[in-house]
Design a binder for this molecule. Structure first.
Ligand code: HAH
Length: 320
């Protein structure tokens, strides 16, 4: 049994891939997943590193891989404070930055209109360290608090039939949850075409618990938007824990399996509002968490191990 077969009546099961893993992890990707997201290849700096230079080759190769294997591709992401080249903000006033934003969304949106089935239009615009609601990014500083509204409107003009998402992390934290809720609510009230909320779901084996998960799903779904879990992984460490381990203990492996199972149980309960659950990677030998938040600290956050074998977490979400 494969992941996508197991969950076909509930939601798609996705994985983050990159130009390397579509070769090294090809078998697992084709076997288990029916949605993929590019790790970096569809970010602003990868596609348009210079004002007059487009580098679409890597993303094109992944789009071709997806098509050849009957897998859908998520778009990630148009407007973000990270991995956006400096030229975008250089000498820009509001008008100039809006025209660069629009141009990027139109160009990339059209190029991939038959390849991408949804887009994260804005990523991580909400502040989670201070009382501010919006992150103090260059997008916000130059355009104003309504910069997201422009992004969604430009995206809808270009891609009228593509579901458009607002995507963020720490999305189950009650304080941040309410900020995300109120911003998306305001946009909906202003007629801004936000179709969905992407919940990144970078969790760990200890937290958050399912009560926070359910509360977030219910709160966001009450806005009448679709939901996707867009970047799920289950770290073996709490965020602030910098311990280094050579291998995960049996206990950690079991806690992780339990966490995955609890979460997938809830995802199934709420499947009518959830369209896809994407894992941020395929197997433990290639995960961003082996470099974040601690550089070179090995982590084991996914469903398949370093040798691409099924882990306890995999069995846990397959056997109920
Ligand atoms: C995500 N940020 C990004 O959306 C994705 O594009 C990137 O490749 C990896 C993770 C998550 C994140 C976080 O969980 C905590 C602090 C900063 C960023």
């Amino acid at each position: 049994m494969t992941l996508k077969e197991k969950y076909k009546d509930y939601f798609r099961v996705g994985a983050e891939v990159n130009l390397h893993t579509i070769n090294t992890h090809k078998e697992l990707i084709i076997k288990h997943f029916d949605s993929i997201t590019c790790e970096n290849e569809t970010k602003f700096e990868s596609l348009c590193p210079l004002p007059d230079k487009d580098t679409f080759e890597s993303a094109d190769a992944i789009a071709t891989f997806a098509k050849e294997n009957g897998i859908l591709l998520r778009g990630h992401t148009f407007v973000w404070h990270n991995q956006t080249p400096e030229w975008v903000f250089k000498d820009a006033d509001k008008e100039l930055l809006l025209s660069r934003m629009k141009n990027h969304i139109q160009k990339v949106g059209k190029h991939y209109q038959d390849s991408m089935y949804c887009w994260d239009v804005v990523n991580e615009a909400i502040e989670d360290k201070t009382d501010l609601v919006l992150r103090d990014s260059q997008w916000r500083r130059i355009i104003g608090d309504d910069f997201m509204e422009y992004a969604f409107r430009y995206a809808k003009e270009t891609l009228p039939n593509t579901p458009l998402y607002y995507n963020d992390y720490n999305e189950m934290n009650p304080v941040k949850r309410e900020k995300i809720y109120s911003i998306v609510k305001q946009m909906k009230e202003n007629g801004v075409p936000v179709d969905g909320i992407g919940m990144q779901c970078h969790i760990n084996i200890y937290e958050p618990g399912v009560d926070e998960l359910k509360a977030a799903i219910e709160r966001y779904a009450s806005l009448g938007v679709r939901l996707q879990f867009t970047e799920m992984d289950v770290s073996m460490f709490r965020f602030e824990d910098h311990t280094v381990l050579n291998a995960p203990s049996k206990e950690l492996i079991q806690l992780q399996a339990k966490k995955y199972k609890e979460y997938f149980k809830v995802f199934r309960e709420y499947h009518d509002v959830i369209d896809c659950v994407t894992l941020w990677g395929v197997a433990d030998d290639a995960t961003w968490l082996s470099n974040f938040p601690v550089r070179n600290r090995k982590n084991w956050p996914l469903l398949f191990d370093d040798n691409h074998e099924e882990k306890e977490a995999f069995y846990a979400i397959m056997d109920f």
